[in-house]
Design a protein around this ligand. Structure first.
Ligand code: NAD
Ligand code: UDX
Length: 465
């Protein structure tokens, strides 16, 4: 096992930032440098005001505040950090390809390849290179091939160490990880590299929770874990549609099946549809890989998880339109929440984006309030869809900072994110301010149906008739 003094992480995003902050806080003897080509992002990580960090996660600013400037550094000097580190984590984005072969399904690995080429160019001493990004099976061989052909005599060990943190609970997930997965070669140097990386996590996790596998199992396990989790959400969402047509209540069904220890209680909350930067991308990737091996049935099976998710989002928007007497044109609909889940400022693939888009197509007037998402981000998300011009989006949708003020003369409120604060809002006062009949469409099942109806609302809750 090698002694580790310096590590670096390329990519200061939702994974690189929190993961390295936790490593720095748990390993005070190791200097951790997080680098990124995005100057604005690095400036935000270095901002004196910890409320301006680019990633919002409960508990993160406290950890960054403690370690930053001591053994945690954020920088744009990528080459220097690579040169000095014994271990280099690659934690750059791997979005779905938007062009060429595999467009719309395969992972775009251009950022990962750029990192590998940069490491190959700069490294003068032996390095352990760790794939932290989620990568399709067998990416390590591509990285290896780039690194092995540098001709500068440096030995590289490539490890796969996928990240399982979920946004909104990143710090807790990292500190109390169910497991850490390390994939690497079975050669003596591969084993030494795996043990070296393991020694970092052993600072705070029991050794039994650190699983070692071969590289391919590790890469594939990450895609499969996300596919299984998303499949649970799509499964319960499919049942939510059935509950709405019958007298069944999806929460009761979730509880009834979840108490079977073989099924388990987690990830059975019916919702407006899953979002986030990972589920859709990773399943599409699994579908693409399966199809490219000629496994049509396998590909179709996993693709259905996404088809069901698209259906759930569409269903929610269509229900708003049909309930509001088949027209939302000119009607004010207030969105509570834009982030893809609570406790994060991330909006990637958030269901709110598609639902807003569908309602804007019907000429609704949308007002959005989210406690952590900026106005700029909300417009960027909508404009990215390209359904209408940025000017039209600006004319039809408004972003506000006062949710209670926003409901004045509104026809409906739609709850798109399960932020805790929404539960304690003065719903009586909200009712008074709205036009009557006052509708609430609860896409996150956070409010009490009886209470809302007793106030006077026409209240719709996903998965309940
Ligand atoms: P992100 O977009 O938040 O961050 C990626 C960062 O990498 C960006 O700041 C970008 O500027 C930087 N970058 C890109 N190319 C670079 C280069 N050549 N040199 C230096 N910096 C570069 O992405 P993320 O959400 O942190 O995800 C990173 C990876 O982790 C992805 O593969 C993702 O699938 C995986 N992952 C994400 C999550 C999650 O919850 N977000 C969880 C587990 C795994
Ligand atoms: C996911 C994985 O959970 C994590 O392990 C992986 O590393 C990255 O991808 P994340 O996308 O951050 O994490 O959040 P997650 O908690 O998994 O939620 C994903 C989406 O599913 C959210 O939109 C959430 O609201 C939705 N969801 C989750 C439900 O609709 N119902 C549930 O019961 C659980």
């Amino acid at each position: 096992m090698k002694e580790v003094n310096k590590i670096c992480c390329i990519g200061a995003g939702y994974v690189g930032g929190p993961t390295m902050s936790v490593i720095a806080s748990q390993c005070p003897e190791i200097t951790v440098t997080v680098v990124d080509i995005n100057q604005t992002r690095i400036d935000q990580w270095n901002d004196e005001d910890l409320d301006n960090l680019p990633v919002y996660e409960p508990g993160l600013k406290e950890i960054v505040g403690e370690a930053r400037g001591k053994n945690l550094f954020f920088s744009t000097d990528v080459d220097k950090a690579i040169d000095e580190a014994e271990i280099i984590f690659i934690s750059v984005n791997t979005p779905t390809k938007t062009y060429g072969k595999g467009k719309g399904q395969a992972a775009d690995l251009k950022f990962v390849e750029l990192c590998a080429r940069n490491i190959a160019k700069v490294a003068k001493t032996d390095k352990i290179v760790v794939e932290k990004s989620t990568l399709p099976v067998r990416t390590a061989s591509a990285i290896k091939s780039i690194l092995e052909n540098t001709g500068n005599g440096v030995n590289f060990e490539i490890l796969s160490n996928p990240e399982f943190l979920a946004e909104g609970t990143a710090v807790e997930d990292l500190l109390k990880a169910d497991r850490v997965l390390i994939g690497g070669d079975d050669t003596p140097s591969g084993q030494e590299a795996k043990d070296t990386l393991s020694s970092i996590y052993e600072h705070w996790l029991p050794k039994e929770r650190i699983l070692q596998t071969n590289v391919w199992s590790s890469e594939l396990s990450k895609l499969v874990a996300n596919a299984f989790l998303a499949q649970r959400v799509s499964s319960i969402n499919a049942i939510s549609a059935l509950c709405e047509r019958t007298d069944a209540n999806v929460a009761e069904v979730s509880r009834a099946i979840g108490t079977d220890s073989r099924i388990g209680p987690k990830f059975l909350n019916a919702s407006v549809g899953f979002g986030g930067s990972c589920f859709q991308k990773d399943i599409l990737n699994l579908v693409y890989i399966s199809r490219s091996f000629g496994l049509t049935e396998v590909a179709d099976y996993w693709e259905q998880v996404i088809i069901m998710n698209d259906y759930q989002k569409r269903r929610f928007a269509e229900n708003i339109i049909s309930t509001l007497y088949n027209t939302v044109s000119g009607k004010k609909i207030v969105f509570f929440g834009w982030a893809f889940k609570k406790d994060t400022n991330d909006t990637r693939e958030s269901a709110a984006i598609n639902i807003a888009d569908a309602l804007l197509e019907e000429k609704a007037e949308i007002v959005v309030y989210d406690p952590k998402v900026s106005e700029k981000q909300i417009y960027a998300d909508l404009d990215y869809l390209g359904t209408r011009s940025p000017e039209e989006n600006k004319a039809l949708l408004t972003v506000v900072t006062d949710p209670i003020d926003a409901v004045k003369d509104a026809h409906a409120v739609a709850i798109l994110t399960e932020w805790d604060e929404f539960k304690s809002y003065p719903w009586d006062a909200i009712f008074e301010k709205m036009l009557k009949p006052a509708f609430v469409f609860d896409g996150r099942r956070i409010l009490d149906k009886e209470k809302m109806e007793s106030i006077g609302f026409q209240y719709y809750k996903i998965g309940q008739s």
